[in-house]
Design a protein around this ligand. Structure first.
Ligand SMILES: Cc1cc2nc3c(=O)[nH]c(=O)nc-3n(C[C@H](O)[C@H](O)[C@H](O)COP(=O)(O)O)c2cc1C
Length: 178
C-alpha cells in the first residue's frame, strides 16, 4: 500500500468546521465499569463496517472513562437516540455528577448493559473485536450480537453544531429541536 506523506498541518478549528458539515445520527455508548457502575458517553463517531459478520466501529477519545470500561468488559450497548433524545445526548457529554440518575434506563440483559429506555429508538449489544489507538482517539470495532427496537420515533441527528429531528430538509429547512 502506498503511504502518502502529509506535510500541511490542518488547524483543529478547520478540521472541526469540516466535520460539522458532515451530519450524523447520535448514539450513547453504555457499559458497566470495574466497580459494577453504569458508565456511558455521547458518540457520533459510529458507522457500520461489515454485514457478515455484523460489525460496527466507534471512535472514543483516549481519556474517556467509558472507553476504559469498554476495553475492560469488552461489551457495550449502542443506544441510538430518537428525535426527543437530546437531553440524553447532553447529559452523556456533559459534566453532571451522575449521568444515569438524569435519565430512565434499564439493564438490557443479564450482562446488565444499560438501555436508555426513555431516549433511544433502538439498542444494539456489542462485543469488542479489536481496539486500535488512532491519534487522540481509539477505534473500537465490535460485533453486534443483539438488536432491540424500543421506540417507533425517528432518529436525532447532529450537524452544523445543531440537533435536528429526522427527516431534515434538503434546502436548509431542517427543524432544530429544543
Ligand atoms: C454531539 C456530540 C457527539 C460526540 N461524539 C463523540 C465521539 O464520537 N467520540 C468521543 O469520544 N466523544 C464524543 N463526544 C464527547 C463525549 O460525549 C464527552 O467527551 C463525554 O463527556 C465523554 O465521557 P467520558 O469521558 O466519561 O467517557 C461527543 C459529544 C457531543 C455533544
Amino acid at each position: 500500500m502506498e503511504v502518502v506523506e502529509v506535510t500541511t498541518a490542518v488547524k483543529a478549528d478547520d478540521f472541526r468546521e469540516l466535520m460539522a458539515g458532515f451530519p450524523s445520527g447520535i448514539s450513547v455508548l453504555t457499559t458497566i465499569d470495574a466497580d459494577g457502575d453504569p458508565t456511558g458517553l455521547t458518540c457520533t463517531a459510529l458507522c457500520a463496517v461489515s454485514l457478515e459478520p455484523p460489525l460496527v466501529l466507534v471512535c472514543i477519545h483516549n481519556g474517556s472513562r467509558t472507553l476504559k470500561a469498554i476495553a475492560d468488559l469488552r461489551r457495550f450497548a449502542v443506544n441510538l437516540l430518537h428525535a426527543q433524545g437530546r437531553r440524553a445526548a447532553e447529559e452523556f457529554s456533559g459534566s453532571g455528577p451522575d449521568r444515569f440518575s438524569a435519565v430512565q434506563w434499564a439493564p438490557l440483559n443479564e450482562a446488565g448493559l444499560p438501555c436508555l429506555t426513555e431516549h433511544a429508538h433502538a439498542v444494539a449489544e456489542c462485543v469488542v473485536a479489536s481496539t486500535t489507538v488512532a491519534g487522540d482517539h481509539t477505534v473500537v470495532i465490535a460485533e453486534v450480537v443483539g438488536v432491540e427496537r424500543i421506540d417507533s420515533r425517528l432518529p436525532l441527528v447532529y450537524g452544523m453544531r445543531e440537533y435536528v429531528a429526522w427527516p431534515g430538509g434538503v434546502n436548509g429547512t431542517a427543524k432544530a429541536v429544543a
